[in-house]
Design a protein around this ligand. Sequence first.
Ligand SMILES: [Zn+2]
Length: 443
Amino acid sequence: MTSRILIQNGTLITFGSPCQVLEGQALLIEDGRIARIAPKESIPGPFDQILDARGQLVMPGLVNAHMHFYSTLVRGLGKAAPSANFQEVLDNLWWRLDRKLTLDDVEMSAEIILLDAIRKGTTTLVDHHASPFAVQGSLDRIARAVKKAGVRACLCYEVSDRDGEAIITEGLEENAAFARRCAAEGDAQLRPLFGLHAAFTLSDRTLERASALGRELGIGFHVHVAEAASDVAANLDRHALTPVARLDRFGLLGRGSIAAHAVHVTDADMDILAATGTFVAHNPQSNLNNAVGIANVQTLVQRGVRVGLGTDAMTVNMLEELRVGLWAQHLRQDNPTCAFMELANTLVARNPELASQLFGFPLGTLEEGAAADVILVDYHAPTPLDGNTVLGHLIFGISQATVDTTICAGRVLMAGKRLMIDVDEARLAARSRELAASLWERF
Ligand SMILES: [Zn+2]
């Protein structure tokens, strides 16, 4: 069945580099792909659906390069002890929480946050999952939520030594099982990566096992790298290597791998990240919240590192994350006009590149042949909007605008700000509150 959707009368913002603004162009969706971008008179019907985007921007669905769905049920939890540093944040909150998660909690967390993602126009999310006492089957449960929401996600399980040998093995196997499932099914909404927590919670032996298995599966790795200074200190102390150098020694970096954070990296580390083509996911709101410092995006980019943008579960609103990223970089560099292009490109150019690489087809830009992941955003430009001004509009204006319509793989997930997928949101939220109350009880 061929479904043809025509989007007309909107202003197109293409993303990619350069990010272009196209007026007078309609966009035809056919078979889940963007089939044509041309004046509407030149696109013959019939159409199954015509969307009038007058007063709206037509943009690609946004990509989140680092996310943790499982943190959804922590919203409002006030029981964690005050933490003086990042290790205490992990000990007092995240590692206490994730040990109590059940498979039902895991699936619900994903279901809830993915509705938010649809509302904010984020249609591809690269998740990093942990539930050490509910490992087996966790990625299938998240995948079920992803399928239900109709978005795309790249999933992994974060292997860590912190809960002992049996759980290390379960984590390794969970990554492998999900990767094999993806390879067998070829579902265009799901992709695998091999998840690792961070070098400071992984022994050489576990890194070796993960490296061998990841190579056998032919997938890249997704790992937290030098998020806090304590990660660097622990690795230097125990292994006389920085986290970047140590992960590189085990063959865990490369074009298919994501290093989340890279806040505390040396010049030599940056050169390794650049030489291996490793993708760095910058998460400014999380870095601010955890008071771990801010990645030096300006220098990373200048040294040739591919830097994209994640949210580390602080939000699913990518333009909000980008905006905060720019302010944070100004503070980091003590310079109120620096790093504009470096930051803007994380979301506009690098994230689409990452998603296209992970999924194996063009994704995250408006171009003929790319996946039909498209959003309509209410926005009447109050100042000239063209190729020279579009990045300023994205950060200062469009980030504050409302997403009206979200389409993924040619399927309309939200229209007129109403979810079009099969979900009773009130009932889902009620069930989620029950699960959260019980989780908080066990916390
Ligand atoms: Zn993270």
